[in-house]
Design a protein around this ligand. Sequence first.
Ligand code: ZN
Ligand code: ZN
Ligand code: FE
Length: 728
Amino acid sequence: MRRCLIRVTGIVQGVGFRPFVYGLATDLRLAGHVGNDVNGVFIEVQGGAVDSFLMRLVSQAPPLAVIEDVDVTEQPPKPETEFRIVDSGGTGSGPVTSIPPDTAVCDDCLAEMRDPEDRRFGYPFIACTNCGPRYTMVTGLPYDRANTSMAAFPLCVDCAAEYTDPRSRRYHAQPTACAVCGPRLSMPVAEVVAALQAGRIVAIKGIGGYHLACDATNPAAVARLRERKQRGDKPFAVMVSDLATAAEVAVVDGCAPDLLHPASPIVVMPSRQSPAGVAPGTDTLAVMLAYTPLHHLLFDGGAPRVLVMTSGNLSDEPICIDAEEAQDRLAGIADVFCHHDRRIQVACDDSVIGLGPVRRSRGFVPRPLRLPVSVPPIVAVGGEIKATAAVATGDRVWLTQHIGDVENLQTLQMLERSVDILCDLQRVTPELIVSDTHPGYLSRAWAADVAAARGIDHVTVQHHHAHLASLLAEHRVPADVPVLGVVFDGTGYGTDGTIWGGELLLGSYDAVARVGHLAPIQLPGGDAAVKFPGRVALAHLHAAGIAWQGCVPFEEMPSIQSRLLASMLATGSHCTPTTSMGRLFDAVAAILGVRQAVDYEAQAAIELEAMAMVAPAWPVEVRCEDEIIIDPSGWLTLAVLATDPRRAAYAFHAAVADAVVLAARSARERNAVAMVGLTGGVFANRILSRLCREGLVAAGFEVLVHQLVPCNDGGLALGQVCIAGARD
Ligand code: ZN
Ligand code: ZN
Ligand code: FE
């Protein structure tokens, strides 16, 4: 007879792991017990079939479980014949188990919710051990009902019976409840449906915050929401009930697995029939499937088949999570409020998947990532735009949910709170705080304050180095393998105090060399020019020595403005040098007449990509001096002369890709490098990414692109952790 003590770590709590173990052990007639503590699940088993048990433990684990490690030690047998589930242990030490992410309602729960005979028929908060909220309702560890928002809802007799029955799908399912004992909506589902049908805007409390919903096929409703939310032209996401409906509005093709992922993210796909006004100027549509029981009840009850579902916030503010806050902040936007009384502990926006991850949030957070290097306890605060922070220790890192643009007090507070929660849950006491080097970022100032208050070190990391390190980290590239990073984005603070964003960096986590970049231009007004591609265009034309007369941005600009711009450029006053690739895309878009001012970040580039029609690449000028310089001036001349903007748009994309390949070849001639990483927000561009990848692969390079964290600034914190850890 053999007896083993087995420790399982990973995401093994709140996912039905203990009843699974119980079932398995009982099937195999093993004796012993299973329990859990903050470190994970511990099992003692004895009997004849221990080997078989160990094999099936990993291969047949429940769907939401993520097993990271199984540690087995032999023990002397005990006089025992039964298998039991024992109570959660107290507070252990060492690495802490992870809380599972929030998960879309499962098919079993949906079937029960639609079954008139079931006691949860029509119940909008049905959940089980395989589905429902998790991270957004946790208040502490271990992950037990008492440490969640559900503590406020004592189980009724029926629910308690399921909760304590290891054979039930609701055994220790922390979010489980029913209409008798559980959370309630503030209004009947039928009234929400009626309001949506009538074209009204409804604030609906969900898993990680409020949504603002309206009928996507009602242009007046969409326009009203756009105006009230001060949304400008920025595309809205839509929600549909199922894959078939998604396929009516978008080209789903290979995106079905993303749509059906338990995280139920927003997936950006080529649009088929974009409802009017939902995503103006783009050729894509952001779609998610219904993921809470309430969403399904709305569609079942006759809600419009395509709903706009956008975060319940004013632009630039975090998403609202409680009723008072929503009622107050969304007062001018929503006509109707549908609240519920399950408290949301931490705001969590919907995740977004485009070419790769665009926003890693609800459904993915707080799943840890494994680091390629071992780091001391670190907090990294990311950048400014689309910020996420990270908490790391050893070879684990937990990224926070999407926090937003840390440009005001509300988002800074959300950053602070999110970091605190993760540090608490994962029991990390930071010894080091990392931020971007940008002297103007609020997050940097906050990091400095916290470090000073706690008497720990604050280090800063260059923006584009962090982009590259995040890409290396997710591919677990070893620290001694140099990679050429093609880091293209809008804005990042360079080591020389200028604005970088078209960088070729060679190195790894500990250090990089800037081996090349886009030729710099003078940008009048610095970062403020982001909103005005027309001004950027004139600055680029000035740098290229091309006359402004006759080109679109000049003709459309009030002459007083262009005169001011000319004098700024002539004297260099209030001008910042920049190598930003994002700004070059803006400039070309403006010259081709796409737009002279934008409502949201990267709008001009997105619309430029959307209109591109296949054409041969423009010629490329890459100079190899001390550094490799990509000179765009020839492209600007061709943009001014272009007669067919759609073909010119493509020719420009193709030329940038050609330049990348040429630059990479030059870098290879000078230094031994076989791997190229594409990172930075510009690589959200599908055409550019595809062409760069194809060209680099054809040139014999191994190419890395993002699959786990965003290529935009949402990925910075991961890179910051690795760089600071490597330096330590
Ligand atoms: Zn379920
Ligand atoms: Zn109940
Ligand atoms: Fe960036």
